[in-house]
Design a protein around this ligand. Structure first.
Ligand SMILES: Cc1ncc(COP(=O)(O)O)c(C=O)c1O
Length: 398
């Protein structure tokens, strides 16, 4: 028999959509990974590290060179003062960092607040750690939270709040006012903030990324999580990190040590080198993604979707009600099988699936050629006739 804790979550819907996309030859706009090359310089640095025989375990907390580079970046970019020997832990992606923190802090019955919709990993993370998630809605189409609702979510069992900005799946970038509201509640209720800032460099229209830990009084009670997957287009390298003061850093390091021992040693060397690349790499990343955002927005709007324009990250939540009467899950299947474009059903980002039934999520973390192919296929949605007819076709197909 499997342990009960594995029964409360299912296989990732996003990866399932990717598999279906491959099976049906659909353009995969489901899973958020780039299909274009990583920067030449980071690949060269990894190759050089392997050729220099950096083959053995790095220091468990991360290679010193990398932790030093992260400390410099955290100060310059995030406004966070971090002591590399004490506060920085390199992990196998932000994914491991989040799991390690949860395992390190949760006691049975503890509650963790998350904004809903949310990145699908948080639910299994909480389940494996034994936490109860408490959901605070980000209300479409602006995806803002109501401060009174947030306050009501804090209580005597609240251990932590997860704050993901720029936000997956909505593309929201929290404003200073919103972060100050969260910070004030964390201080008042003595709650740990766990931030997920993996999209910190993918941010549009001149916005600035703000880190919760940089707000007054927050450095001691925030675990800041980020990584290299998204910024350097290397999701398969599995490199992330957590910045936290003791006792949080002590706990998460203990868990990290026995979960994975450490992140890939030669790739840590390359990540350290990458943090010393000039600022133009980030400007280029933002400009590239801003262009891709326009391409996909135009294609989706042209096909009849109503879209919230993302402020950051690389996803678009599309309201499907003008296009179909189908539910998100049936429509996603239809889109993959009949139109040849794969999204993720909106319900997979909600605890209450009904809240996501009117949405599907598309990613624009793809080459312009891939996005152009999706744009070429999407008009078939309209060509297929009216929305009633579309429902009928999809039902027959099942
Ligand atoms: C919000 C968010 N956090 C974390 C991750 C995973 O990051 P990593 O590859 O560093 O584990 C993703 C990937 O899609 C994400 O969207």
């Amino acid at each position: 028999m499997l342990a009960a804790r594995t029964s409360v979550f299912t296989e990732s819907v996003i990866r399932e959509m990717s598999r279906l996309a491959a099976e049906h030859g659909a353009v995969n706009l489901a899973q958020g990974y780039p299909d274009f090359p990583a920067p030449r310089a980071i690949k060269d640095a990894a190759i050089a590290a392997i050729n220099a025989d950096v083959n053995q375990y790095a220091i468990t907390w991360g290679a010193k060179k990398l932790r030093d580079a992260i400390a410099r970046k955290a100060l310059a970019f995030n406004g966070i003062v971090a002591e590399p020997e004490r506060d920085i832990t390199v992990t196998c992606g932000a994914t491991e960092a989040m799991m390690a923190v949860m395992l390190a802090i949760i006691e049975p019955g503890d509650e963790v607040i998350v904004f809903e919709p949310f990145y699908e990993n948080y639910s299994p993370d909480a389940a494996l750690a034994g936490a109860k998630l408490v959901y605070v809605p980000l209300v479409a189409p602006e995806y803002q939270f109501d401060p009174a609702t947030l306050r009501a979510a804090f209580g005597p069992r609240t251990k932590a709040i997860v704050v993901n900005t720029p936000h997956n799946p909505t593309g929201r970038v929290f404003t200073r006012t919103e972060l100050e509201c969260i910070a004030a509640l964390c201080r008042e209720f003595n709650v740990l903030a766990i931030t997920d800032e993996v999209y910190e460099h993918i941010i549009f229209d001149g916005r600035q990324h703000l880190s919760l830990a940089a707000l007054p009084g927050m450095a001691e009670n925030t675990v800041t999580i980020s990584g290299f997957s998204k910024t350097f287009s290397i999701t398969g390298w599995r490199l992330g990190y957590a910045i936290a003061r003791p006792p949080w850093s002590v706990g998460l390091r203990k868990v990290h040590d026995f979960l994975t021992v450490g992140a890939p040693a030669p790739l840590q060397e390359a990540a350290a080198a990458a943090l010393d690349f000039g600022p133009e790499i980030y400007a280029e990343l933002r400009a590239d993604y801003e262009r891709k955002r326009s391409l996909l927005l135009e294609a989706l709007q042209g096909a009849g979707f109503v879209c919230s324009v993302p402020e950051g990250a690389y996803y678009i939540m599309a309201d499907i009600r003008q296009v179909t009467d189908l539910s998100d899950v049936d429509f996603a299947q239809y889109l993959i099988r009949e139109i040849g474009v794969a999204p993720v059903p909106g319900s997979s980002f909600y605890n209450n699936p009904d809240l996501g039934r009117a949405y599907v999520r598309f990613t624009f973390s793809k080459s312009e050629a891939t996005l152009a192919e999706a744009a070429r296929r999407l008009p078939a949605l309209r060509a297929g006739g009216g929305r009633r007819q579309l429902s009928a076709i999809a039902t027959e197909g099942d």
